[in-house]
Design a protein around this ligand. Structure first.
Ligand SMILES: Nc1nc2c(ncn2[C@@H]2O[C@H](COP(=O)(O)OP(=O)(O)OP(=O)(O)O)[C@@H](O)[C@H]2O)c(=O)[nH]1
Ligand SMILES: [Mg+2]
Length: 373
């Protein structure tokens, strides 16, 4: 299909166009009609139309070539000099990406754990100031997928590499190069402002080790700025923020200015439960569990939540439940305590364990859990 312009018949839409598809669409400002180019997929239109309650129609078929479309040009009602952009965080597993994003956003959006592969989704954290909006994305650690769940996780990373306005490549002081060389090559070929953040420098025995790592990364990604940080101890993170803002394109905001994330409350509830599973279980259990919030009743003083922990095998169910239900009780108690802090009210949490045979390789299940389209 050849590129075509479409008009969004809503007076206040924002969009983000990436070569052949529209990536994100928000609508929060007044008085704007806009056109955008789209090759595919057209099947997202009905969903948008339902959400907006408005039609999206092709405009005069001007067939504007995609190459002439510049999404960084602000529409006419962009506040003067306002900057906005997607600042995407990528890197090997366990290097501190989520710790950094939480630090930059100032909220505990992503769960953190000493075990690798803690983050499974792309999680956006939005920082709003009158003169800019930064949309950070935390992503799963890059790896070679061994099963379909990991394929889904790596798709999130792929998209984050494609739509970044600024890229934050996180590594840690012990890491010489990215665990996934193909991704490093991709990053080296990209043409967006890139920072390599050598994290965990608090663990370095001496300064010369840090300097050697900075040099090694400068050699691998010559166009990038290499910055030593400690996300955990908040070292150098403020300076980084100023440098990120300086690289943001001039653009209106992509999200309403009071929004903190793209994910719903249920997502964070399920992540808090999963975090407790990561804390309480070893070996394959954390990697075989998925948490789904089945019911969420939000009363003024109490939230009543029912969540299911899906495991891949019967034997895992026995481990997660534990003798006389002791383990699931501990997970539930810890999760409830955190949830009460997070939601700022009392929480009644009901946890169930359910065997969902080999869900990690079941496309239907992975779609339901949000890992695949
Ligand atoms: N000493 C030290 N530890 C850190 C620092 N930043 C993160 N960590 C620890 O490193 C571990 C992994 O942190 P995460 O933020 O979960 O790492 P991640 O890159 O998001 O991991 P995945 O989501 O599994 O890819 C946790 O135990 C953190 O507390 C740091 O600056 N110094
Ligand atoms: Mg993470």
């Amino acid at each position: 299909m050849s590129p075509t312009s479409y008009q969004l018949l809503h007076p206040a839409m924002r969009f983000r166009c990436l070569r052949d598809q529209v990536m994100t669409l928000t609508y929060n400002g007044p008085q704007m009609y806009t056109t955008f180019c789209l090759v595919q997929p057209l099947d997202i239109f009905p969903e948008w139309e339902r959400t907006l309650g408005l039609p999206i129609l092709p405009t005069v078929p001007d067939n504007q070539p995609l190459s002439s479309f510049d999404p960084s040009v602000p529409p006419s009602d962009a506040p003067d000099g306002h900057r906005a952009g997607f600042v995407n965080i990528v890197g090997s597993p366990n290097v501190g990406k989520s710790t950094l994003m939480n630090r930059l956003v100032g909220e505990r959006l992503s769960i953190i754990n000493a075990k690798a592969q803690t983050t499974r989704h792309r999680i956006m954290g939005i920082v709003n100031e009158p003169e800019y909006q930064i949309v950070y994305s935390d992503t799963p650690g890059v790896l070679d997928p061994a099963y379909k769940l990991q394929e889904g996780m790596m798709k999130f990373v792929k998209t984050a590499l494609q739509d970044a306005d600024v890229l934050l490549v996180v590594t840690e002081v012990q890491e010489d190069s990215m665990a996934h060389p193909e991704t490093l090559q991709k990053i080296a070929a990209m043409d967006v402002p890139t920072f390599v953040l050598v994290n965990k420098i608090d663990l370095a025995q001496d300064q010369s080790l840090v300097e050697a790592k900075l040099d090694a990364w400068a050699a691998q990604l010559p166009r990038a700025s290499v910055v030593p940080i400690s996300a955990l101890h908040n070292f150098n993170v403020d300076t980084l923020l100023d440098r990120i803002v300086a690289q943001l394109p001039v653009s209106p905001p992509f999200f309403p200015k009071d929004e903190l994330t793209d994910k719903p409350m249920r997502f964070f509830v399920s992540e808090i439960v999963r975090e407790k599973i990561l804390t309480h279980f070893k070996q394959e259990i954390p990697y075989s569990c998925e948490v789904v919030v089945e019911a969420y009743e939000d009363a003024p003083k109490i939230a009543r939540i029912r969540a299911e922990i899906h495991v891949a095998r019967e034997s895992q169910k026995h481990i997660v439940v534990g003798a006389q239900g002791r383990m699931i009780k501990r997970v539930g108690m810890d999760a409830r305590r955190d949830l009460e802090g997070f939601l700022g009210k009392k929480v009644f949490l009901d946890l169930y364990v359910r065997v969902d045979k080999n869900w990690r390789d079941d496309e239907r299940k992975l779609k339901r859990f949000g890992y695949m389209d």
